[in-house]
Design a protein around this ligand. Structure first.
Ligand code: NI
Length: 189
């Protein structure tokens, strides 16, 4: 399991509902939770682990692990507030984003039981940020247009560099393999 990065198609897709909440799904949630904690995240959504289904995990400073499956936002407050957001799929970048202060959300928990949560503060912020991921929306889409363009370009270049490095590595491995094969042939002849 790995975290997908801006530029990957899955982050821009509209995720599909979760159909089976079973032991396999719960085991996957545990792995995802561990990945989130290991990377110091407070929220992680399906598309961020290359799974285009509608679910996310949040754990804010109250230390409660909250799982939201097939969530529906029911209400958002008219009052908005700014908050600096970051995203594990856009590492190293932060931007102040204005969103509704409070939110009411309905979802299924990891046992398939329906619950309603009224959230404010950082929890309300995380819920909206993660829920956006399920619709292919990233926080940079809700901020400054110029910042958004700059970040998208930066990550495009980053992806190209990664692809080039990977290709160079593979070419080198091929050359080494060819040398070893040639040496073996020599030894045998
Ligand atoms: Ni995010």
């Amino acid at each position: 399991m790995r975290i997908t990065i801006l530029g990957e198609e899955v982050l821009r897709q509209k995720a599909k509902p979760v159909e089976n909440i079973d032991d396999d799904f719960r085991a996957m949630l545990d792995e995802m939770y561990k990945l989130m904690k290991d990377t110091n995240g407070i929220g992680l959504a399906g598309p961020q682990i290359d799974d285009s289904r509608r679910f996310f995990i949040i754990e804010v400073e109250d230390g409660i692990r909250r799982v939201f499956i097939n969530p529906q936002i029911m209400e958002m407050s008219k009052e908005t507030c700014p908050y600096e957001e970051g995203c594990l799929s856009i590492p190293g970048e932060y931007e102040e984003i204005i969103r509704p202060e409070k939110v009411k959300i309905q979802a299924l928990d990891e046992n398939g039981k329906s619950f309603v949560l009224e959230a404010d503060g950082i929890l309300a912020r995380a819920v909206q940020h993660e829920n956006d991921h399920l619709d292919g929306i990233l926080y940079i889409d809700r901020g400054d247009e110029k910042f958004r363009e700059k970040i998208i370009k930066k990550f495009e270049l980053r992806a190209i560099r990664h692809a080039e490095k990977k290709a160079a590595k593979e070419a080198k491995a091929k050359r080494i393999a060819a040398k070893i094969a040639a040496a073996k042939q020599k030894a045998n002849s």
